[in-house]
Design a protein around this ligand. Structure first.
Ligand code: CO8
Length: 257
């Protein structure tokens, strides 16, 4: 039987999904993206899983969309293929998604890392949107997300030259959450996932939604959503428990209710 395109390891309360096309630097083919959105969707629906880590190989998180799949396609054919459904499903993930990046995160690979909520990078990692060098441009959110993260003037340089930046440069510019020594990215991402998994799950979910809104929407949309989610948390048992535990000077016990 062929190797699965995405390997999943459940270690409740966290799980790891690993892109598994190492021979082509995890090029994001349509079957790989289908498998990924299916597996992440299943983890998102699994009550035992509180945070999800997405990783690749040591040489590449992912070197972009599969160029071999697109090289001969026409514009209408690309539109008919509508390859963005899987991306859209991934964007709808409600649990925290942490990218653990080593090696190349290029083109669609950089966009996939940016779709995650946090990025832990090995100091060997390299990020970039090299599409212009093969005659196209980013198509899975790169122009929008990089610009929001880095600002117009820095994003423009990356998108128009296709230059790569190191993990440390991306950390300095605010795109990477943390840089760790070579090979420690997965361990550190799991540590972060477990720390998040200790928090009350409904508060985590609503807070993630509110931060996403801040990043993607306007302040007028974001502030009311934040306030609504804040009020909503007072309907949970975890709010009562969290505040009482604080006042009683003991550790809280979360019910997820
Ligand atoms: N697609 C297909 N195959 C790839 C890709 C890719 N993106 N990247 C690497 N490979 C393959 C190579 O062809 C090679 O295969 P083989 O061994 O059979 O010849 C193998 O992976 C190893 O790669 P290299 O020999 O090139 O390794 P190097 O260490 O010399 O170079 C690089 C590594 C610099 C990462 C180089 O492979 C490279 O430049 N790759 C392409 C990077 C790129 O241009 N990415 C952008 C792709 S377009 C995109 O992502 C648009 C996203 C929009 C969303 C689309 C949804 C449909």
């Amino acid at each position: 039987m062929a190797e699965p395109l995405v390997l999943v390891r459940r270690e409740p309360p966290v799980a790891v999904a690993t892109l598994n096309r190492p021979d082509v630097l995890n090029a994001l083919s349509a079957p790989l993206m289908d498998a990924l959105s299916r597996e992440i969707g299943a983890l998102d629906a699994d009550d035992a899983v509180r945070a999800i880590v997405l990783t690749g190989s040591s040489r590449a998180f992912a070197a972009g969309a599969d160029i071999a799949e697109m090289a001969e396609a026409g514009a209408v054919e690309m539109m008919e293929r509508d390859r963005f459904q899987g991306w859209q499903r991934l964007r709808a993930t409600r649990k925290p998604l942490i990218a653990a990046v080593s090696g190349y995160a290029l083109g669609g690979g950089c966009e996939l890392a940016m779709l995650c909520d946090m990025i832990i990078a090995s100091d060997s990692a390299q990020f970039g949107q090299p599409e212009v060098r093969i005659g196209v441009m980013p198509g899975a959110g790169g122009t929008q997300l990089l610009t929001r993260a880095l600002g117009k003037w820095q994003a423009m340089e990356l998108v128009l030259t296709g230059r790569m930046l190191s993990a440390r440069e991306m950390y300095d510019r605010g795109l990477v959450t943390r840089v760790v020594p070579e090979g420690m990215h997965l361990e550190e991402a799991l540590r972060l996932a477990r720390e998040i998994a200790k928090q009350p799950p409904i508060a985590v979910r609503l807070a993630k939604e509110a931060v996403q809104k801040a990043f993607l929407g306007t302040l007028e949309e974001g502030l009311p959503l934040e306030r609504k989610n804040f009020y909503l948390l007072f309907a949970t048992e975890d709010q009562r428990e969290g505040m009482r535990a604080f006042l009683e000077k003991r550790a809280p016990v979360w019910q997820g209710k």
